[in-house]
Every structure is written in structure tokens, then in C-alpha cells.
Design a protein around this ligand. Sequence first.
Ligand code: NAD
Length: 459
Amino acid sequence: MADQILSLAINGRERQMLTKLIAFQTPGRSAGQGNGHGDRSMLSSVAIVGLGYVGLPTALAMNGSCERIIGIDISDRRLAEIAALEPDLAEPDQLRLKEALAEGTLELTADPSAAAMADAVIICVPTPVDEQQRPDLTALRSACASVVRCARPGQVIILTSTTYIGTTSELLTGPLAERGLEAGSDVHVAFSPERIDPGNPDHQQRETPRVVGGATQACTIAAAEVIGRLTDLVYLVSSPDVAEATKLYENIFRAVSLALANEFADACGALQLDPIEVTLAAGTKPYGFLGVFPGPGVGGHCIPCDPHYLLWQLSRSGRTSPLIEQAMRSISLRPDRVVQRAAEVLLADGLALDASRVIVVGASYKAGVRDLRESPALAIISRLAEVGADVAYYDPLIPALRLPDGRIMKNVAAPQGRDWDLAIVHTHHPGADYSWVGDCPRVLDATYQFDAVPHRALV
Ligand SMILES: NC(=O)c1ccc[n+]([C@@H]2O[C@H](COP(=O)([O-])OP(=O)(O)OC[C@H]3O[C@@H](n4cnc5c(N)ncnc54)[C@H](O)[C@@H]3O)[C@@H](O)[C@H]2O)c1
């Protein structure tokens, strides 16, 4: 380990951050060349609790720097999917999974007590919100309780699920102390937010710095040593609370930016300007501007949920955060705006939405993934059906979906453009066939980036 200087541009100012960054090299990668920052031995065993979109790639990224990886998931269905090499993974991770299962370095189990066998435990279970947008910690409480129950002296326990500030202390450090395991001496406890971007090959885990905040300094160092096997750069902060707040700030920043991008796109539309052309032009400014593209709404397990963790936490002490609240309201209303535009586009040709055939192109919340969680497509399809449109969807990655009212809808496997009055482009997956969309008489491009069709309208 060595002190490092990290240069960051914040608000146009170059800031030099000293001593808080550890650069690691994993065994095997250094191949004897070293970069002066660490010659590290193999970790003997790590348990990953929760093998979802985040946990499974994390487990796979440990392969090569850890002798034994114990993958724990309470869902037998999920474990069977992984064992059958069928999970929704990027191509390189598919290969890693095949390798890890063939070599026997990744063991799969539904038994939570298997965590007792590991030197390090990484928890990455889901942290959704309930119908009132309050944190739903059911999975996290249960996962932490079982990790605490079978914790043993010497273990490093790292929480990575996004959550409100104070969770690590509340669900791990405190309960461990009640069991007689003091953080910093008997065990090491830390929070390190996940930064995986499923389906995006441009951001590899290894090149994405990770933040680590331990319950004590010794905990921070021990956790950084484990997280340093996933990434080349670990940035240390003073506590789990700071690390938890860091993740919320990152995703709140994104939520507010997306809400602004959508609103600005609407303003451009009203002024007959192309919002993408304006965004790309603004993006040429080398400081002080971060370009974000507008879209049909915001989906996935993070942006629509995480800001509510902070809003809920503030509300408990009677505080508010009006800008974040407004951004989240605006995000939740975006699918309505898409439906409103669909009605306008049809009406311009004398067609009523309630007498039209509409196909939604792409149902998952983003390109290249099968994840439907919080996908705006679900709200768009539901609303179109509610107002009486004859609605269907096309998504080669999603054979069937369940609408909020419980209805199951099946993918139209081979649509013909002329069968529809309107196509609403919601997501386009790399490699899928969208040649038929050009034959639709009307195309509403809610992605703003489907420029293969000359007669498209924008939201
Ligand atoms: N998906 C993302 O893009 C992303 C990115 C960064 C951070 N995160 C955060 O990472 C965390 C995990 O998200 P995800 O998308 O991987 O969730 P996920 O739903 O894809 O996977 C979670 C897995 O945990 C399992 N699980 C639930 N309770 C469990 C328990 N008690 N013990 C063991 N396994 C259990 C589930 O069966 C599931 O397979 C969340 O806090 C999320 O906010 C997600």
C-alpha cells in the first residue's frame, strides 16, 4: 500500500487529494512487474451474499485473486439460473462464470451459514423502496442478521448495498458488538458502495475506483485490501456513514441531472430545437458541464429508488430537500409525458389514441440488459392500455412481462411495421433487428437517439 495523489476536477478546479488513495495490483496481473503499490497474496476465501446484477459480477471479479469464492443467495431459482450459465451478464462475465464454475473456484449455496467459512464477506442484496417510497430493508436486514449470526473473529465484513446513512452501524457494527465482536479488533466492518453499471462495457470494475469507509481505521484498511482485488483504485473515507452518503449523492446527482435533461428537452421541443444537438454542443465545454441525455423516464434498481432513502431519512427529522423531491416527482411523471406526446403525434394525423394500435419498442429499462425493474415502459404500456389503445411491445430480451395490474403481456416476436399506427421507441438493444420500425407510419423516439428513422418525432 502507498499514499497516492488523486487529481480530480471539481467545479472546474483541479483538486489534489492526498494520502487517501490506495493503488492495488492483483496477483497474476502484476506478473512480477509491480507498480510499487503492492505485491499481494491470494485471499483464501470470500463470501458474496446476494448474487444479483451486482453480486454475481463481484464474485466473478474475485476469481484469480481469491482461492475460494462462496456465492450465497436465498433464491434457489437464481442459483439454478447461475449454475445453468443463464444469468443476464455481459459477454466477458459469461466467460468468467463458465471458467469459475468449471474450475470449482465459485461455489453456489443457499445456506447463509456458509459465510462463516469465509475470511471476507461482501453483502450486496437488493434495497428497494415500498409503495410509499420508504426504504424496504427486508432483504438487507435478513442478510445482515445472518452474517452477524455466523460471524467469527478475524472476518472482514463489507456492506455494499445502497442504503441510508447509518445502516452499517445499525445492522452490522452494533449487532456484532452485542455478540461480543468489536469492530476494529475482533472483526473488521466497512461500507463500500457498488459502482457496477450492468450492460455497459465502457466501465469495467477494475478501472472504476471504489470508496471504502470502515468503522475504525483498521477496518478501513482491511476492507480496502479486499475491495482492492476488484479495482485498481480504492479511495478511503473516514467512516461508513461518509461512504453511504457518497453513494446517495452520486445517484441523487444523476437523478437531478436526468430530470433536468428531460425538462430541457421539453423546452427545446417547444422552441423547435433538437435537444441532442444542443446537449452535444454544450458537452464540448471541458469543465463545469456534464452532459446527460433525455429519455422516456428513469428505470432500474438505483436512480428511481436511492434518492428516496435520503428523503425518507431527512423526513424523520422534519427536514425536506425540495430540489431532490421535485426531481423525483418529475422522473415519476415522465412516462405520462411520453403517452401525452403519443396522443399528440397520432392526433396530428387525425387519429385518436384510444382507437390506435401502438407498439412499444424495447421494454427493459436500459440497452443490453434484461432488467425490467422500475422500467418506464411498464408505466407507458399500462397507461396506453388504460386509455384504450391497442398496445403491445417488442423486446427480444424480454419474452413476457407482468404489468402493474398483474396482467401478463407477451413479446411480439416478429412485428411488421405496417401493423401499427405508432411505434414508441423506449430502449434499443445492441444487435437487435429494428429494420421494421422504419415501416411504421409514425415513430415517437423517446430515446432521442433512434435516428435511423427519418420520420420520427421526439418526446
Ligand atoms: N443493479 C445496479 O445497477 C446497481 C448498481 C450499483 C449498486 N446497486 C445496489 O446493489 C444492491 C444489489 O442490487 P442488485 O441489482 O444486484 O439486486 P438484485 O435484485 O439483482 O440481486 C440481489 C440478489 O440478492 C438475493 N438476496 C435477497 N435477499 C438475500 C439474503 N437475505 N441472502 C442472500 N441473498 C439474498 C436475491 O435473491 C437476488 O438474487 C442494491 O442495494 C442496489 O441498489 C445496484
